[in-house]
Design a protein around this ligand. Structure first.
Ligand code: BES
Ligand code: MN
Length: 473
């Protein structure tokens, strides 16, 4: 099918694509530079590094010709960058979102090269943040640079919103979206912060899970006690915590919090067909994860379990003595971090309160419990891949990757996506360039250089496709 955009854009698109090709070396050098910042949003000792990273990004946006502002928030800064507007022109407006913060790199000893010293091996660049998410939004900035530097009309207005708190729940973007509602309301948002099954299967992600998190501390004795003298009459907070947490999930993976599944929308047969046709097989999943055997809720395929079913996980668990040798104590406290992944139509508020209420009900009186809910939380997201915008993105994917794109639903969360919907009434096109073995959040995170290159080409081809839809709101 030849869209209007393709017939208009034949020659200018060539200039853009050849700019991308000619500048591949620079784009790679720039990614390396960006990846050196230790923009770890979760760790307060890196506050200054996060800030320096934002400042570098803002300067880069200015250098490629974007009108750029850095906005302070209650947490880390938000970088807002606009393509130069034409006075009087009423053009379609799209928003591109990304996050410059990264997950903590620990455990360091499992990295083959230091996490903030980017290294290229086997056609991939290894560094914390390579795929999640610096490389992916840099691909968008590279594409826009190609338009601006070749003097090619983008045919639409773009606003980049790149934040520094995605990996800690994006608690400050909601207020920011509300405050700048008029300037930010667009036709749709575009985010490249997800994945594709392989380089030969570029993907549009039409669903994400939501999430909530909390920290639980149980306190027992006033100090660690001799387990011989006191063991028997004094309860053990670490034991109690294990018993409580273990009771939250049965052996088959069903979550045992009353009401947890009440709002879960059943999967339609057509949805289930699509999910089973999508990503990788059970065997591939087992290999990728490095587990002796798969697990999962009965009656659902691994693809469904990892994207369309809710979960409750322990992310961290500690208490008592973990050093060398043994220590016969009853620990004074035990602590856990837990999260839930949510699917339509669960809401963060309700699931949070169900889990807290249940924990309060099952906690014995022998210990004191303190629950600290994580700020933020995100709703699940599901869009129609039939929409005109989704179809435009699929055309751009096919043209740039030279392969038929697939539709996938993914299990991760991007908190701003449900807020785009609830605050700005905007859908989000999720087209990511991560690969199944990119090790996001793990040691040896990496981005395929081919994905980085093809991703930039997709970003370039997307705008004429979307612009051709015209101004729709
Ligand atoms: N890029 C991910 C989200 C993602 C992961 C999308 C896998 C599709 C597939 C994002 O940076 C992320 O990790 N989000 C966090 C959010 C949380 C900290 C609130 C997540 O999903 O754990
Ligand atoms: Mn992430």
């Amino acid at each position: 099918m030849t869209s209007i955009a393709q017939t208009w854009m034949v020659i200018p698109m060539d200039a853009v694509l050849s700019y991308l090709k000619r500048n591949e070396g620079r784009f790679l050098a720039r990614l390396r530079e960006y990846l050196r910042f230790q923009s770890i949003s979760a760790q307060s000792e890196h506050r200054a590094d996060v800030r320096r990273c934002a400042a570098w990004l803002a300067r880069h946006c200015r250098e490629i010709g974007l009108e750029t502002e850095m906005h302070a928030t209650a947490g880390h800064p938000i970088v807002l960058a606009r393509t130069p507007r034409r006075p009087g022109a009423k053009r379609p407006h799209y928003l591109v979102y990304g996050h410059y913060d990264v997950q903590p790199p620990e455990p360091f000893e499992l990295w083959d090269s230091p996490p903030f010293e980017p290294a290229i091996r086997r056609g991939r660049i290894f560094a914390r943040g390579a795929t999640d998410n610096k490389g992916q939004h840099l691909a968008h900035l590279n594409a826009v640079e190609a338009y601006l530097k070749t003097g090619t009309d983008l045919l639409c207005d773009l606003t980049f919103l790149i934040e520094g708190e995605e990996e800690v729940g994006s608690a400050n973007v909601g207020p920011f979206l509300r405050k700048h509602r008029e300037a930010l309301r667009c036709q749709a948002a575009v985010i490249s912060d997800s994945g594709m099954p392989s380089l030969k299967q570029p993907a549009l992600t039409y669903g994400l899970r939501g999430g909530i998190g909390m920290e639980i501390v149980l306190r027992g004795p006033a100090r660690d006690l001799h387990s011989g003298t006191f063991g028997g009459a004094i309860d053990n907070p670490a034991m109690v915590l294990c018993q409580m947490l273990a009771s939250l999930r049965d052996a088959k993976g069903r979550i045992r919090v009353p009401g947890f599944y009440e709002e879960v929308a059943p999967l339609s047969p057509s949805e289930r067909r699509r999910l089973s046709g999508g990503s990788f097989s059970g065997r591939e999943l087992q290999k990728l994860a490095g587990v002796p055997r798969l697990f999962g809720e009965a009656g659902y395929t691994p693809g469904e379990q990892c994207s369309a079913r809710p979960t409750l996980e322990i992310n961290g668990l500690t208490g008592g003595y973990q050093g060398e040798g043994g220590k016969t104590i009853i620990p004074a406290w035990a602590r856990a971090k837990i999260t839930c992944r949510l699917v339509p139509n669960q809401t963060p508020e309700r699931i949070r309160s169900l889990v807290i209420r249940h924990l309060e009900r099952i906690c014995p009186r022998t210990v004191e419990m303190q629950i600290t809910p994580r700020r933020g939380g995100s709703g699940p997201y599901l869009m129609s891949p039939e929409s005109a915008e989704a179809q435009a993105a699929l055309r751009a994917l096919r043209a740039s990757f030279g392969r038929a794109p697939v539709l996938i639903r993914e299990g991760g969360s991007i908190p701003i996506v449900s807020q785009f919907k609830s605050i700005l009434n905007m859908d989000t096109l999720l087209v990511g360039f991560g690969l199944p073995d990119d090790r996001a959040h793990s040691p040896n995170e990496n981005l395929s250089l081919a994905a980085y290159r093809l991703g930039s080409r997709f970003c370039a081809r997307l705008w004429p496709e979307l612009a051709a839809l015209g101004k729709r709101r």
